[in-house]
Design a protein around this ligand. Sequence first.
Ligand code: MLT
Length: 263
Amino acid sequence: MILTTRAGTVGLEEAGTGVPLLLLHGFPHDRTLWSAQLAAPADGARLIAVDLPGFGESESAAVPSLDAWADWIVAVLDALEIEQAVVGGLSMGGYLAFALWRRHPTRVKGLILADTQPGADSEETRRKRVAMQAMVLASGVGKVAEAMLPGMIGKTTHETRPQAVAYLDAMMRRASVGAIHDALDALRTRADSTPTLATITVPTLILCGDEDTLTPLKESEAMHAAIADSQLAVIPGAGHASCVEHPAAFSALLSSFIRARFT
Ligand code: MLT
């Protein structure tokens, strides 16, 4: 559906009833990253998967930064009349969840940090982001999808789950040039969230595919060590896009976290 908010129009899909669970996709995805979770919503949860600014059916945000996007999330929650939500983000969605926690902690009831990491970009990664912006402008979205696909998915999925590979590839190819360009600005200018970890007081589930090479398991282990009320779950045979690669395992972990901590 399309939601009208004070920050513009937003594409989203909802499923289930219970505690609001806002799902934030990675780069360069859209809300269909969460299709399997929406098809079998966690017991006791109202899943809300949004298209982040510029992606899917959402308008771009005025400012391409994760802090501005965190304020944009609050506009979405306000339009849905949700005071507090559990916020789950995969990769870039996790970076955004950290920004939301810093700027609007009272709106966050719990966190799900999937295949993500707290650090800011290194200088080398920032240079790669700028090079990718030039590439998308010159050669289009297909080139970005080609560059991202190998790391987006784990070895086992590449070898044994062609449908999951095709699904993610098609999702990335649907992104617009403008959305990719803006998101790369938001990614390369994001703050270091490492000091934020010790400030997180809400129940937090950390999930990671054991074949994730983009945000490897050691990042999740470090987040688990630094976030007081956190639990870490490893998804075997999944890479970076664990919610697509092993949807049943991912959804089961999500369900038991919601049941145990919020119902
Ligand atoms: C993502 O999946 O959101 C991206 O890999 C994040 C990044 O490029 O840092």
